[in-house]
Design a protein around this ligand. Structure first.
Ligand code: ACO
Length: 329
């Protein structure tokens, strides 16, 4: 029997309407458009409306991915959502809520907590499940309502984050030229304390307002991120015998333009092959890579069989990279 591969069959995203610009933030905290642009490359980010939940954001992205994959919802046999802002803290999983809203029943549905690396983590899981032969079409979603955990009085974090969602359908294929080639993911919990959001009342029962919000030691995260991302990309390219000149699109996690530029320069990727959305969406954590990929897809830049490199880093610390041929139309 010929081998089954996992095919990245479609991409979709949902971008909330409301824009929070650097000029808006100048009125909220002591900062300037110039500082934010220079340190992060971010010009504006999007915010979901108050009554819009992470599951609503994920649902809209999922609908587009399903439509573009040209499959029916009853052909989907697993739903996996990566998020650090689930509708409910522990249960039910946001994936279960999205599956229900789509009318998908009796399939496995669960969430993954891997912060900004969440989408690459769930792509890894989907690839494994597809290659096992037990699943045919898996819906993976990265969705975030980060505005619900951001402290808008803390200038060191509120300038960075935005809301949004991205989704993809991962299906079976026998064609290696439209398959996910390799994914490597990893974590190091020794760095857990450098990026937390929000803290559990089980660990911190005292009434403390900082419990509610995302907190980050930005400077320290920055240094580890550049080093880890660069090494991780070099390793996946080396392992698969792929030179960086063969990559059609480099889609890094959109946290900070300076991090992306540092990694891009070290790896010698041309700027025109690097997908950038951080300037207009900010950091949307698990949604950042699929939102960026969707942008490039809608601009007509990504075509069937293009070789794509994904690269991510986030709280945990977690990180990962993926090499894949785009399997969509
Ligand atoms: N406006 C003006 N000044 C500010 C602001 C602001 N918004 N924020 C901080 N500053 C000040 C600081 O108070 C500090 O002042 P001081 O020197 O008087 O003490 C000065 O600017 C420098 O602060 P740094 O924190 O050293 O600034 P840095 O250049 O490191 O930029 C940033 C901060 C943008 C947060 C950067 O460190 C970063 O991007 N870090 C990585 C973020 C990341 O990648 N996270 C991982 C993924 S996120 C996830 O998993 C959810």
């Amino acid at each position: 029997m010929s081998k089954i591969f996992a095919c990245f069959k479609s991409i979709g995203a949902y971008i909330p309407k409301r824009v929070l610009s650097n000029e808006d933030l100048e009125k909220m905290v002591e900062t300037t458009d110039e500082w934010i642009l220079q340190r992060t490359g971010i010009k504006e980010r999007r915010l979901a409306s108050e009554d819009e939940l992470t599951s609503d954001i994920g649902l809209k992205a999922a609908k587009l991915a399903i439509e573009r994959a040209d499959i029916k919802t009853d052909e989907i046999d697993a739903v996996i959502c990566a998020t650090l802002t689930p509708d409910f803290l522990c249960m039910p999983a946001t994936a279960c809520i999205i599956a229900s809203k789509l009318g998908i029943k009796n399939v496995l549905a669960f969430d993954v907590s891997a912060a900004c690396s969440g989408f690459v983590y769930i792509l890894y899981l989907a690839k494994s499940l597809i290659e096992s032969g037990r699943h045919k079409n898996i819906l993976i979603i990265g969705a975030e309502k980060l505005s619900s955990v951001v402290d808008y009085t803390d200038r060191s974090t509120c300038i960075l984050f935005g809301d949004g969602g991205g989704a993809a359908i991962i299906s079976q294929t026998k064609n290696k030229n439209e398959a996910v080639m390799d994914i490597q993911i990893s974590a190091d919990g020794d760095y857990a304390h450098l990026l937390v959001a929000p803290r559990s009342r089980i660990m911190y029962p005292k009434d403390d307002r900082t419990l509610e919000y995302l907190q980050m030691a930005g400077n320290e995260v920055f240094k580890v991120a550049v080093k880890t991302l660069t090494n991780d990309v070099m390793e996946i390219l080396r392992k698969n015998g792929v030179s960086s000149s063969k990559i059609d699109h480099f889609i890094p996690h959109q946290a900070n333009l300076r991090i992306i530029e540092a990694v891009r320069e070290k790896l010698d990727f041309p700027r025109e092959k690097t997908v950038l959305t951080v300037q207009k969406y900010g950091n949307t954590s698990a949604a950042s890579i699929p939102m960026a990929m969707n942008d490039a897809y809608e601009e007509g830049r990504i075509r069937h069989s293009d070789l794509i490199l994904l690269d991510t880093f986030g709280g945990g610390f977690t990180w990962g990279s993926a090499l894949l041929y785009f399997g969509g139309k």
